[in-house]
Design a binder for this molecule. Structure first.
Ligand code: BDR
Ligand code: CA
Length: 315
């Protein structure tokens, strides 16, 4: 079993990523750490607790993290995940307390307790992870991998058409805290960036029959996903919006789901039209040799990904 920390900003798709990770028999979730992003940190922390309570998994610790990006203010016009940040599923208020530790410290402590064993799944802005690396740089060598929903690499039309950041070609998680993303990309930790090219693909769409199975299931998490898809459809979006972050969990469970390639990537941290862009030097030009090399998602087996998602949600 792969041991993971899920660092997230729930968010409806982060909530589904929690469902998928916690219910997967291939993953052991050591903690959920939450960050400011889709919603303020107090909301994302509470939403993570709500999901765990829905799943009856209160023993998994949830720690609240960074309340702002490292050097900036939070952008003001995020895509709305509904009044509750969970596609208006309106789950009951949580009764489980948050961890007494700050998310940054919980990440450091868990990684140090089992060096070489803890993967980090990142489905929100990278503020917590970057701060953990800054506070305890020794953990860089102890983390076997980070799998992130991060960036857009211009590999297909969907990446551009579905760009989630406020600048025309950026992805939300990088756009919110580009300096944090840059720290993580430059950290030397084995990073797999699954961008909008694969995670926001229109082929991530459920059939009428699958929607029907979700609707008929007695599992609360199936009803959650059904409502999330209804919610995004009602706002004129495709179903992929409800499960973007699940692609990171899918890849953590089964790496053959996503085809990746290595590329040198820089992150734009200057204000303006391209703030938050993840820029790949496809030429391997000598001028840009210093850029960090990361693994980038090129394409995914969307059919198998959806099968896995359905299996886990309905289990
Ligand atoms: C990211 O933006 C957020 O709204 C989603 O939760 C996802 O992590 C995609 O760009
Ligand atoms: Ca997210």
């Amino acid at each position: 079993m792969k041991k993971i920390i899920l660092d997230c900003d729930p968010g409806m798709d982060d909530s589904m990523a929690i469902v998928m990770a916690v219910k997967s028999t291939e993953l052991e979730v050591k903690a959920i750490t939450t960050v400011n992003g889709n919603y303020p940190a107090c909301v994302t922390a509470s939403n993570a607790l709500k999901v765990l309570e829905m799943l009856g998994r209160r023993e998994i610790p949830v720690a609240k993290g960074m309340t702002e990006p490292m050097f900036r203010k939070t952008p003001k016009d995020p895509f709305t995940h509904g009044k509750d940040g969970q596609a208006e599923n309106f789950l009951p208020d949580p009764v489980t307390p948050l961890s007494e530790k700050h998310a940054v410290d919980l990440i450091i402590d868990i990684v140090k307790a089992q060096p070489g064993e803890i993967y980090i799944l990142s489905t929100g802005p990278m503020s917590n992870i970057a701060m953990a690396i800054k506070k305890a740089p020794e953990i860089k060598k102890m983390i076997p991998g980070i799998i992130a929903i991060s960036g857009m690499f211009g590999l297909n039309h969907y990446a551009f058409a579905n760009a989630t950041g406020d600048t025309p070609q950026s992805e939300w998680n990088v756009f919110v805290d580009p300096e944090a993303a840059s720290i993580v990309y430059h950290s030397g930790i084995n990073l797999t960036a699954l961008g909008l090219d694969v995670a926001a693909h229109f082929d991530v769409n459920l059939t009428a029959e699958e929607l029907d199975r979700l609707g008929k299931s007695s599992r609360r998490e199936a009803a959650f996903l059904r409502q999330a898809i209804r919610y995004v459809n009602g706002r004129g979006f495709e179903a992929y919006c409800a499960v973007i972050d699940c692609m990171a969990v899918g890849y953590a469970i089964d790496e053959t789901l996503v085809e990746v390639f290595e590329g040198k990537v820089g992150i734009e941290t200057k204000e303006g039209l391209t703030l938050g862009n993840t820029v790949v030097d496809y030429r391997h030009h000598h001028i840009w040799q210093e850029l960090p090399t990361v693994k980038i998602g090129r394409t995914a087996d969307y059919k198998r990904f959806l099968q896995l998602l359905m299996e886990i949600v309905l289990a």
